[in-house]
Design a protein around this ligand. Structure first.
Ligand code: ADP
Ligand code: ZN
Length: 734
């Protein structure tokens, strides 16, 4: 057997261990292929009758019958996984209690990595002179000549020359144009990091300097960049990106909502003269593969994307920006349960990168880390230019006269009418999709529920269907009650964004109304376009869900009316106060961004509630201090740790029994000073026909929760059809 020649290189025939994307809980031994392979190489290996993808993880384990060890089929033509990435995946797996195979799948979410590089046709100037010239032919040859030998795709060439493809094809036949096959995965255009950005204000400049200083050190550090909406956080972190690119390192900007990327990409283009790589589920498969490869080879300097971009194989990552870092969408709630914000900090600490957490309303976690000195903190106190923060007021709903089935109070109505008269935009915010959250039969009193979930079916009148927001099941809106069959007695209860639209149409008959709710758009592109139209003045009144709260710029918007400010305060969620505070401040921040002052009005039945008061007064530090005190007293995150467990099965009693067994044998948990709560039926006790039982582990801050949970669950052998998910640092508790 050949021996290892140098660390990290395996000669042909040497034993190597390979981590595959298959759900096995260990690496497998293979022999290095002809030509040998390096540690981290992406390979194809035989597994049973199939060929699967894997990564050479290290020397072989040697615990498998040596005569049956098979060779690696081939080494893939992509950059090997760097040691730092392997370390990141290992640590992230340990943190989230996720099998390594699942982590590797997360890190290889680009199709066709095993395919040979795919080719496409490109066109260049040829040697021959065409016998016959036309205007169109001249234009094509001029375009090719003026771009210094660069190749064009057919579409690019036709667009640039303003001709049809037949003209180009004709020129190919004469030999005046050459058609060649070129690899499809080409590098992204270079960004010009030396172009000057906007002239920054003094505050902005000092914030930018502090962050850029961190980037220059090429060492790990995290900075909380807090600043009200419109204060110029984006301008500031773009300076940090510029600094990072000038160092020759790569940068990653994560955004919470893909509809936001369009505006951001434009800003990047203005700032750096070219567009960055864009990574999210709306991007084509070919493009994803290109990004994945180019990131690994250094052919992409800046990636803008959704949380999963954090698992791209960056060659030299120097900066990660998490915009709207408090946003719930950074937590992946299915499959691998990870928080991209926290994992960014981990990744950065392993590759000597800086993290910037930007928000107007930081999470209590980040706020506390800054308080504790773990993160640096930079504040931008005022909005850029003359635009002022909106004035915020409560509308005391106990004093408003409203018919049942109506939600726009007379006070709010008068304010909207004033904006309509002035040609300004208003936004009515309600955080509920659909027409009405509940449909009730007036004859028998039954509510229409999903057959598979313990959840109400929500009427979506635009779709003329009932939809379950848990499992997505839909059915046509019935004419009679499914329980008692009474006809015409079904009644909507409570408002959703569609019902509010209907009310607004009746109350403001002349207004152009735009409804923005994620389910009303077939694609991210359609939504993006709609938002752009609205921003340009294509609507007078916007009625929207949470979707509108996130960072969109509506320059003509001067009034925000929150229909039900109390909504988020109900329920027992640990973060109810924090979330309401963030959401209300965020939505209100939409008002008055340009030259006109804005107003935000909150309809509430509890104007004296401490959270509502904090929102209105805008005393953020006071709010965070109070919230921190409450959590500290309860030893709740960030001053304690939680892990949520959900056991699910079609058999409710058995799930409860297993949960009870687990709770009874909690020695490993108690050993670290932690406690197990439950089991209890989950707040949504059934989803997709599966009954759900919850347990909660609560531990002191520094306790090794993951180790304890691994020891605790180690002996557990789940019967078939049972699933157990473990959520470290849970964000949702349904
Ligand atoms: P935030 O990210 O904090 O919401 P932005 O960076 O988006 O703020 O800034 C808000 C608006 O003000 C944007 O249109 C931005 O271009 C503009 N702006 C901010 N700072 C400056 C500056 N120094 N010079 C010119 N325009 C600026
Ligand atoms: Zn359902």
């Amino acid at each position: 057997m050949a021996s290892v020649r140098e660390p990290g290189y395996f000669d042909e025939g040497a034993l190597v261990s390979v981590l595959t994307t298959q759900p096995l809980d260990r690496t497998l031994d293979y022999r290095a292929p002809e030509g040998g392979c390096v540690e981290g190489a992406f390979v194809q290996v035989p597994l049973g009758p199939r060929q699967v993808m894997g990564v050479v993880w290290g020397p072989g384990r040697g615990d498998f019958d040596i005569s049956r060890v098979r060779p690696v089929t081939r080494v893939l033509n992509v950059a090997p996984m760097r040691e730092e990435m392997r370390e990141f995946l290992t640590r992230a797996a340990a943190y989230t209690l996720t099998p390594m195979a699942a982590m590797l799948r997360l890190a290889t979410r680009a199709p066709g990595l095993t395919d040979p590089p795919s080719m496409r046709k490109i066109y260049r100037l040829g040697d021959a002179e065409p016998a016959r010239m036309t205007d169109a032919r001249t234009r094509v040859l001029d375009v090719l000549a003026s771009h210094g030998g660069a190749g064009f795709t057919l579409k690019e060439l036709c667009d640039e020359a303003g001709t049809s493809s037949s003209v180009v094809k004709g020129l190919v036949q004469t030999g005046a144009v050459r058609e060649e096959a070129a690899p499809r995965d080409v590098a992204f255009p270079r960004l010009d990091s030396h172009r000057p950005g906007k002239a920054l204000t003094e505050d902005q400049q000092s914030a930018a300097d502090r962050i850029a200083e961190g980037v220059r050190t090429e060492r790990y550090g995290t900075t909380l960049l807090r600043g009200v909406t419109g204060s110029g956080k984006t301008e500031v972190y773009l300076e940090a990106v510029a600094q990072c690119l000038r160092k020759g390192r790569q940068a990653l900007v994560l955004l919470p909502e893909i509809a936001l990327t369009a505006e951001f990409l434009n800003r990047v283009e203005q700032r750096f003269g070219a567009r960055p790589a864009e990574w999210h589920h709306g991007v084509t498969m070919t493009e994803r593969r290109r990004i994945w490869k180019m990131v690994g080879q250094g052919g992409a300097e800046l990636v803008v994307g959704a949380r999963s971009a954090l698992f791209l194989p960056f060659r030299d990552l120097g900066l990660i920006v998490i915009d709207e870092e408090h946003d719930g969408s950074y937590k992946q709630e299915d499959g691998v349960l990870y928080n991209a914000r926290d994992m960014s900090v981990l990744r950065a600490s392993l590759c000597g990168a800086q993290v910037v957490l930007a928000s107007a309303t930081p999470s209590l976690e980040s706020w506390a880390n800054a308080e504790a000195g773990k993160y640096a903190r930079v504040d931008l106190e005022s909005r850029f230019g003359d635009s002022l923060l909106p004035e915020m007021k409560a509308i005391d709903m106990r004093k408003e006269r409203l018919e049942t089935g109506r939600w726009i109070s007379p006070t709010l109505r008068a304010e909207v009418e004033e904006r309509l008269a002035n040609g300004e935009q208003s936004l009515l915010f309600i955080n509920r999709r659909g027409y009405a959250p509940v449909t009730l039969c007036r004859a028998c009193g039954e509510q229409i529920n999903c057959e598979h979930c313990d959840a109400a079916m929500v009427e979506h009148r635009f779709l003329k269907r009932l939809v379950c927001h848990q499992c997505g099941e839909t059915r046509p809106m019935p004419d009679k009650c499914p329980s008692c069959e009474a006809e015409g007695r079904l009644a909507p209860i409570g408002p959703g964004v569609e019902r509010l639209t209907e009310e607004a149409q009746a109350v403001f008959p002349d207004a152009r109304i735009a409804t923005l709710s994620s389910d009303l758009f077939s694609s991210a592109r359609a939504l993006k376009e709609r938002i752009e139209t609205i921003a340009a003045g294509g609507a007078d009144l916007i009625i929207g869900t949470q979707l509108v709260a996130k960072g969109h710029n509506f320059p003509l918007l001067t009034l925000v009316g929150v229909i039900d400010a109390d909504l988020g305060l109900q329920g027992s969620d640990l973060r109810a106060a924090e979330r309401t505070f963030q959401l209300m401040r965020q939505v209100s921040g939409r008002a008055g961004r340009a030259d006109r002052p804005g107003t935000a009005l909150l309809q509430t039945h509890q104007p004296d509630h401490p959270v509502i008061r904090a929102i209105l007064t805008g005393k953020e530090e006071t709010f965070w201090q109070a919230e921190a005190e409450t959590r500290r007293a309860m030893e709740m995150p960030p001053y304690g740790r939680l892990a949520g467990l959900v056991l699910s099965s079609t058999d409710a009693a058995e799930a409860m029994r297993i949960g009870t067994e687990l709770a009874r044998h909690d020695g490993a948990i108690r050993a670290i000073g932690a406690q197990v709560f439950g089991p209890a039926p989950a707040p949504i006790a059934r989803i997709r026909g599966r009954h759900r039982v919850r347990l909660l582990v609560k531990a002191p801050k520094g306790a090794p929760v993951q180790d304890a949970i691994a020891r605790w669950l180690g002996p557990l052998a789940l019967p078939k059809d049972f699933r157990l998910s473990v959520d470290i640092d849970p964000q949702s508790f349904f």
